[in-house]
Design a protein around this ligand. Structure first.
Ligand code: PMP
Length: 394
């Protein structure tokens, strides 16, 4: 037998598989499963966006585009960021259209990090972050948060994690998996620490449109932060375009130009025809985004109330489409809870520890599924919790 490890990179061998995927491979082989596991909208991309893309193919737009993407799309992105968040980026040299926010994150880490340099990751966090930092040769440093503080990071927690190798702080608001929303005052506190220690802030704003209670503030609009902020966003969540793999990054010129060097060698450009769809999304998608947002908000309110009613303590998240209830009162670990719930009641959720150590004791439930499915999931979860209590009494 050939030992393929001799051929593979040690960094890749050592990367753990995603805690989400591993779990869903099991769920996908079972029948009658209600999945609260997937991190994507349950809507299909609006028709006008699909139509524009079909027309683009029919019109023969099948070539490469400029490396950073169609200028027309970058102009729309620039307008959007300016109108929506009051941040100004020059479409000529400050924006790159990427293959999802995922590629934008990858480019950011690779452009910033020298070997061994550290990135602070506020946890619980999206599973890709630590892996991407490692692949870029850096070192992810976990900064844990707690439910008592609504999973918001404090300046003290950040400062305690800073060393002379710290290069950047990565934030995500609204957050995956907790749904936690950082308002202007929260961002100002993080900004203060970043400026004091001369750090870059990478801000993953992929869920910015899915914000339910407060006005969204973008990190780059905080005074003093524009020069040190990398703004990442995309089409996946707001426009229900996950499969299109379209995102973008905006940042100061030297940072974007460094990222562009990597992008032009590794990727060349995002798919041409899809960029036409993205232009349509930004020009005419506002009403559809609002409609989807209203629907998520209704479902959020339902699931938070229901989870608390059946005995799982759950804070009300300000955005995204996740809730992160505590399962500590069951005495099970988050993996045990998720496995048992799947086995006994066929409801798939993600164990909180997939998102970092501070996620232990919680589960992530996505409410981007139909109201009927959510209602049925709650019935099943309540029955599951009752069965645990019966077991305990025996
Ligand atoms: N950031 C976060 C926080 C996410 O949850 C996701 C998708 N689950 C991404 C980035 C990746 O988004 P995209 O589809 O644009 O690559």
């Amino acid at each position: 037998m050939t030992d393929y490890n001799q051929f593979l990179s040690k960094t890749v061998i050592d990367l753990p598989p995603s805690g989400i995927r591993r779990f869903f491979d099991v769920a996908s082989k079972m029948e009658n499963v209600i999945s609260l596991g997937v991190g994507e909208p349950d809507f299909v991309t609006p028709w006008n966006i699909r139509d524009e893309t079909i027309a683009s193919i029919e019109d023969g737009y099948t070539s490469y585009t400029a490396n950073p993407g169609l200028l027309e799309l970058r102009q729309e992105i620039s307008n959007y960021l300016n109108n929506r968040f009051k941040i100004e980026y020059n479409p000529e040299n400050q924006i790159i259209v990427t293959i999802g926010a995922s590629q934008a994150l990858d480019l950011a880490f690779r452009a910033l990090l020298n070997p061994g340099e550290e990135v602070l990751i506020i946890e619980p966090a999206f599973v890709s972050y630590p892996a991407l930092v490692k692949l870029a040769g850096g070192k992810p440093v976990q900064v844990g948060t707690s439910a008592e503080n609504g999973f918001k990071v404090t300046p003290e927690q950040i400062e305690a994690a800073i060393t002379d190798r710290t290069k950047a702080i990565l934030i995500c608001s609204p957050n995956n998996p907790t749904g936690t929303f950082l308002n202007k005052a929260d961002l100002e506190k993080i900004a203060h620490v970043a400026m004091k220690h001369n750090l870059v802030v990478i801000t993953d704003e992929i869920y910015a449109e899915l914000t339910y209670d407060e006005e969204y503030t973008s990190m780059a609009s905080i005074p003093g932060m524009y020069e040190r902020t990398i703004t990442i966003n995309g089409f996946s969540k707001a426009f229900a375009m996950t499969g299109w793999r379209l995102g973008y990054v905006a940042a100061p010129v030297p940072i974007v130009q460094a990222m562009l060097k990597i992008h032009q060698y590794t990727t060349m450009c995002a798919p041409h025809m899809l960029q036409h769809g993205a232009i349509e999304a930004l020009r005419n998608g506002k009403e559809q985004v609002s409609e989807m947002k209203r629907s998520y908000r209704r479902r959020r309110n339902f699931i938070v109330t229901s989870l608390n009613d059946i005995g799982l303590d759950c804070h009300t998240p300000g955005g995204a489409f996740y809730v992160f209830p505590s399962i500590k009162n069951t005495g099970l670990t988050s993996e045990e809870f998720a496995e048992e719930l799947l086995k006994k009641e066929r409801v798939a959720v993600v164990p909180g520890n997939a998102f970092g150590k501070s996620g232990e004791g919680y589960i992530r439930c996505s409410y981007a599924t139909s109201m009927e499915q959510l209602q049925e999931a709650i019935v099943r979860m309540e029955r599951f919790l009752q069965s645990l209590n019966i077991n305990k009494e025996q």
